[in-house]
Design a binder for this molecule. Structure first.
Ligand code: M6R
Length: 607
């Protein structure tokens, strides 16, 4: 996924665009670029690396004083899909005559065919991108009317796009269009903006238009026009965003990295999600009838949230349930119908695999509930119902606060459905909610005791491999702990079901591999103790994460991470927090930029 920012007005477009791109950097940061229109001339400036790299480069640019005069322009921060990370492949791209410029987020599936046709007509290409094909098609169809040429170009494209286009013959407007990638217009006073998300626009305006699939918009300084792809006018559907809190949430304040800030926000984000969702969930549940099967789908961390929730739905609702990786779901031969409930989990609401799974289940008339963190995202708009987690924007690429809020939402949903299907009593419902209500304060105590975790991080940072073990409802937490460590520290980590290691993985264990075992009070406790003995017999360095340590155990193990007591069903929400911190400290001790881990992007909008 990539980030797009556009501006037209009376101010310094370069400055505004660079500020906007900083907010969008979480969407991709392998290369950056801007296109500015000054005196009927297009200036394109690009660089490999993040916004700071481009900023430094611009400082020494011969054209800097001209660039600062621009009142119209576009910017882009890239996560490479078509074509390697090079300056040529960075956006903005231009047509071969350098008259038109484009920024693009998405993937054009048929770009090779289109490129071939253009090559026959003697068009030439400098990049390996699909985007360069779009802008040359705009040139191909241009007969003096930019709207018309963009409209015609779009009719040839298969795939997804959010695009912004500038033309040196048409300097008073930005053309933009959207299909399956987010694009939002910000309405200012004598100026208008364009961005991939709400948060990049909020410093300038809270009046926004969420473009819909097929929309083509013209942004002028004092006017906005939106048309459907057939050219007919659309009314402007203006939303006023009432969320000033989120502006603060998108600043790092005293934290070095967003990841740490977001880990520390969890007592608040869990509480907010709890408070905001209780009523909404009940209203949705009242509309659900005769659900015979539930599927929970997501990717990465969101999938692990679903994996934890599977145990809750099983226990509270007794409705058969499965959890699956969204990108795997499509290939299965399943009976799906209007009695099937599909729960899609996605922080960004734009993950292509999850969106594709949602669309597939819609063709089978399934009912869907999206658990999303991003207002008006594709998944939240396309699902039958949506429950928003109240995290504020999550900028760190490693998902932390979104995960615990997803768990909170799923716990409330599973309880509500259990009550509606009369598998739990009102009294049980209330008792479980009371337990959940106490989680934020317990999370705070974990966050106040980090010295022990730092010591373990100092050990992990020197290791090549780490094993995370968990059983039953904490098995997904072992998977999530391992994912967190590998994505920010680049140390290989594997999550494994504690009882399963003796069936193979134990072959790896020796004194070079630390093994972190989740030992939570409850039905898995005794068996896990036995598994710990087995691990110790192989000389491994054992780290125990537990809410019930006994003295005989302390003697035998190397490190203990203590977490507060809660019921076993809710232990995953607490247990994951030290694992997030452990990943964070290990990676920062290794001097990695945890907010922008290599090769990753915040949301993956390609299948
Ligand atoms: O935006 P989504 O929740 O749909 O994203 C799903 C995954 O791509 C995401 O959780 C990813 O695994 C994170 N980088 C994990 O930290």
């Amino acid at each position: 996924m990539c980030g797009i920012f556009g501006y037209i007005g009376n101010s310094n477009a370069l400055k505004i665009i660079m500020n906007g791109l900083r907010k969008l950097e979480y969407r991709g940061y392998d290369s950056t670029g801007v296109a500015l229109l000054v005196n009927n001339k297009l200036y394109i400036k690009k660089s490999i690396g993040n916004i700071n790299t481009l900023n430094n480069k611009l400082h020494y640019d011969n054209h800097l004083s001209i660039l600062k005069q621009a009142n119209i322009g576009l910017g882009h921060t890239r996560w490479a899909t078509n074509g390697k990370v090079t300056v040529r492949n960075a956006h903005p791209q231009v047509d071969y005559t350098k008259s038109f410029s484009i920024v693009h987020n998405g993937i054009i599936e048929n770009y090779n065919d289109l490129k071939y046709t253009l090559l026959q007509k003697k068009y030439s290409f400098k990049s390996q991108t699909d985007t360069e094909v779009i802008i040359n098609l705009v040139l191909e169809h241009y007969n003096g009317d930019l709207f018309n040429s963009v409209q015609q170009t779009l009719s040839y494209l298969r795939g997804s796009y959010a695009i912004g286009i500038l033309c040196k013959y048409d300097t008073q407007r930005i053309l933009c269009a959207k299909k399956d990638s987010p694009l939002i217009i910000g309405i200012g006073n004598g100026e208008n903006f364009l961005a991939s998300d709400v948060y990049a626009l909020l410093p300038y305006t809270n009046k926004m238009i969420f473009l819909e699939n097929g929309d083509i918009a013209e942004l002028y300084k004092n006017n906005i026009k939106i048309k459907k792809q057939d050219g007919t006018d659309k009314e402007l559907n203006i939303c006023v965003i009432q969320d000033s809190v989120n502006i603060n949430l998108s600043n790092k304040t005293q934290y070095k990295y967003f990841m740490l800030k977001e880990i520390y926000e969890q007592p608040d984000t869990i509480k907010n999600t709890y408070e905001n969702l209780l009523n909404n969930t009940t209203q949705i549940i009242m509309k659900l009838n005769n659900i015979q099967k539930i599927y929970i789908l997501g990717c990465g961390t969101a999938y692990y949230a679903g994996y934890v929730a599977k145990f809750w739905f099983e226990q509270f609702t007794k409705i058969p349930i499965e959890v699956d990786i969204a990108s795997e779901f499509y290939y299965r031969s399943l009976i799906l119908n209007s009695n099937t409930l599909v729960i899609l989990i996605s922080q960004s609401g734009e993950t292509a695999d999850t969106l594709a799974a949602l669309r597939f289940t819609k063709t089978k008339q399934c009912i869907s509930i999206a658990i999303c963190n991003t207002f008006k995202s594709s998944i939240s708009c396309e699902a039958t119902y949506v429950l928003y987690t109240s995290c504020g924007i999550e900028i760190g690429v490693a998902s932390t606060k979104a995960f615990t809020s997803q768990l909170t939402a799923l716990f409330i949903l599973s309880l509500g459905l259990g009550l509606q299907t009369q598998q739990i009593t009102k009294q049980q419902y209330t008792q479980y909610l009371d337990e959940l209500y106490q989680i934020p304060d317990k999370a705070k105590t974990i966050l106040q005791n980090i010295e022990g975790i730092k010591k373990i991080a100092k050990v992990f940072m020197r290791k090549k491999n780490v094993l995370y073990l968990g059983r039953y409802i904490n098995y997904p937490i072992a998977l999530e702990g391992a994912l967190k460590l590998k994505e920010v520290s680049y140390i290989h980590a594997e999550g494994c079901a504690t009882g399963e290691i003796k069936h193979g993985t134990i072959a790896l264990i020796d004194n070079t591999i630390p093994v972190l075992v989740i030992l939570t009070k409850g039905k898995t406790y005794k068996k896990t103790l036995i598994n710990i003995e087995e691990i110790q017999a192989r000389q491994s360095l054992a780290v125990i994460l537990t809410n019930n340590i006994n003295t005989s155990l302390i003697k035998k193990i190397h490190y203990v991470i203590s977490v507060p007591q809660t019921i076993e069903l809710l232990s995953p929400i607490l247990n994951v927090i030290p694992l997030q911190l452990l990943a964070y400290f290990t990676a920062t001790f290794l001097k990695h930029n945890v907010d922008q881990p290599r090769n990753l992007a915040k949301s993956v909008t390609v299948e």
